[in-house]
Design a protein around this ligand. Structure first.
Ligand code: HEM
Length: 515
């Protein structure tokens, strides 16, 4: 027979145990939340951002995070708490402290979410996204000289080649009376095909076909819209996107660029198999892939897999980014015709090589440079705070102490609009703000623009991007008359990368064109 009193005792002991355990878990959560909240409680910010990262995930999901971040800094000041452990800073004086030349303030988990992942290969580290400072040094140092200002000129013939294809295609497809084309798309095609030519001597074929070949641009954008919210909450990315088991539930292919890069590298390795090592002079006339392979041949300490990492960094960090800056400059020139006319006057007053002016002729033209600086300032292609982790020693930034492990970052879109540095019209296009400045003022302004990053992890390809931009803008302007249909059609979205739509324009040949 069942002894009911013993049964009741057992049930009540079990329910008491459940109650006590639940209480302990809840208490632990409360203590954790309080500790998390309290740790950075001296930094102002929206309430929910102090206890959860989902608030900042939401901001990114709106595709307007750049504006939301700007408004938050307007409301709360130069230090704003964006997450339980994340503080955003808008004071340019913080740039050399958060992004110093020395090692010791590594990139945050934000960047791991941007690593392409395959079940077989795991997450691929590249120069851009690796957080491991030793690995970064190991894979960046051998290629750094290829990206120097003095070496940039060796890439000029590749840019000229793509300009020639672009002119051919514009003449054939775009120069039609009264017909408008998506000029913004052509600028993006140009930026991608330059990077393909420069890296592998192969164009993806965007310009030739006038189309998004194999939906590659669309794939990259889908990847960005998926990855961008994850950058704000890396544990979720680790669980869902960087996990061999959950990967089974989805079609995780890294993404198509990685497979294209892999294909081009294997083809090239096959071609050079058995051939001797070329001289430095010979290889410096060739594309970057040849130069990367040459580095691995002459430096046995460099692991072979880095050729993929270098090539991937080039393509992913260098194509869309240059496209965004080109579109920003063109949009603003077209929407402010008086600035376009001034630039044209400057170009026509010089004896420039036609149809493609040479880098040496255009690199120091003052008004062209002012327009490029202003475009670079106004719409940085990467538009979320560049996150870094405070080291064991803690860090004092502009008078505020941050404990070890705190994630800090500056959003280039916000700091590039710092009114005490750029003036009350910092939201407007005004190339003149860069002219007539003393060396010191100019240095201060340039130091406050974070578009290319800063310090140890500054963009490696900055001079290559400037080569493309400073050659492409004058070449098109001197040969074609471009007229925007309606500046109001131009729209932007932010998913870590900026996306711009609606740069619709009419293109006519200028009379003196000799191409
Ligand atoms: C206007 C065009 C470009 C912009 C605005 C830009 C911007 C940036 C930024 C902001 C970073 C560092 C981000 C951070 O701190 O997390 C970066 C890194 C990098 N960029 Fe660019 N980039 C551009 C063009 C290029 C080009 C054309 C290339 C290649 C040819 C390139 C290659 C790289 C590489 C390899 C890194 C990683 C550097 C490192 O971590 O040491 N970029 N870029």
């Amino acid at each position: 027979m069942i002894d009911l009193s013993t049964l009741y005792d057992k049930v009540s002991i079990t329910s008491n145990t459940v109650l006590v355990s639940t209480g302990i878990v809840l208490l632990a959560i409360l203590i954790h939340l309080y500790h998390t909240y309290w740790r950075l409680s001296h930094i102002p910010g929206p309430f929910w951002a102090k206890i959860t990262n989902f608030q900042r995930v939401y901001w990114v999901k709106t595709k307007r995070a750049h504006r939301i971040h700007y408004d938050l800094h307007d409301k709360y000041g130069e230090f704003v708490r964006f997450g339980p452990n994340m503080v955003s800073i808008s004071d340019p004086a913080a740039i050399p402290i958060v992004y110093p030349m020395r090692a010791g303030i590594p990139k945050g988990l934000f960047y791991r979410t941007l690593m392409p992942y395959t079940r077989k290969g795991g997450a691929l580290p590249a120069v851009f996204n690796t957080r491991d400072e030793k690995l970064h040094k190991q894979i960046k140092n051998p290629i750094a000289p290829l990206f120097s200002l003095s070496n940039v000129i060796t890439y000029e013939p590749f840019v000229d080649k793509v300009l020639a294809v672009m002119f051919e295609q514009i003449n054939a497809r775009c120069v039609k009376p009264k017909e408008y084309v998506d000029f913004g798309l052509w600028l993006q095609f140009f930026a991608f095909d330059v990077m393909g030519t420069l890296t592998f001597s192969k164009r993806y074929g965007f310009l030739e076909t006038g189309k998004d070949v194999d939906g590659m641009l669309a794939t990259i954008w889908t990847y960005m819209t998926t990855a961008a919210p994850m950058t704000q909450i890396p544990w979720l990315d680790e669980f869902w996107y960087k996990n061999r088991y959950t990967a089974l539930l989805r079609k995780t292919t890294g993404f198509s660029i990685l497979s294209i890069v892999g294909k081009f590298i294997s083809q090239r390795l096959e071609q050079v198999k058995g051939a001797g090592v070329e001289s430095e002079d010979e290889v410096n006339k060739k594309d970057m892939l040849s130069r990367f392979i040459h580095i691995t041949q002459t430096n046995p300490a460099v692991p072979k897999w880095v050729v993929t990492a270098w090539t991937f960094s080039n393509v992913i960090a260098g194509s869309d980014s240059t496209g965004v800056v080109l579109r920003t400059i063109w949009y603003n020139l077209l929407a402010h015709p008086e600035t376009l006319q001034r630039l044209l006057d400057e170009l026509e007053s010089k004896d420039l090589t036609r149809p493609f002016p040479k880098w040496e002729e255009v690199r120091d033209l003052p008004y062209l440079d002012a327009c490029v600086q202003e475009g670079v300032r106004m719409h940085p292609p990467f538009c979320l705070p560049f996150e870094r982790v405070v080291p064991e020693s803690g860090l004092t930034i502009c008078g505020r102490y941050f404990p070890p492990g705190t994630v800090v970052g500056v959003n280039p879109y916000v700091v590039n609009r710092h009114k005490p540095t750029f003036g009350n019209d910092a939201e407007s296009w005004r190339p003149d703000r860069w002219l007539g400045k003393s060396d010191e003022e100019r240095r201060r302004m340039e130091g406050a623009v974070l578009t290319f990053g800063a310090g140890r992890r500054i963009c490696l390809g900055k001079y290559i991007a400037l080569l493309e931009i400073k050659k492409m803008v004058p070449a098109i302007l001197l040969s074609y008359k471009v007229q925007i249909r309606d500046p109001k059609e131009f729209k932007v979205e932010n998913s870590w990368f900026f996306r711009q739509m609606g740069l619709i324009a009419k293109i006519e040949k200028r009379e003196q064109v000799n191409s």
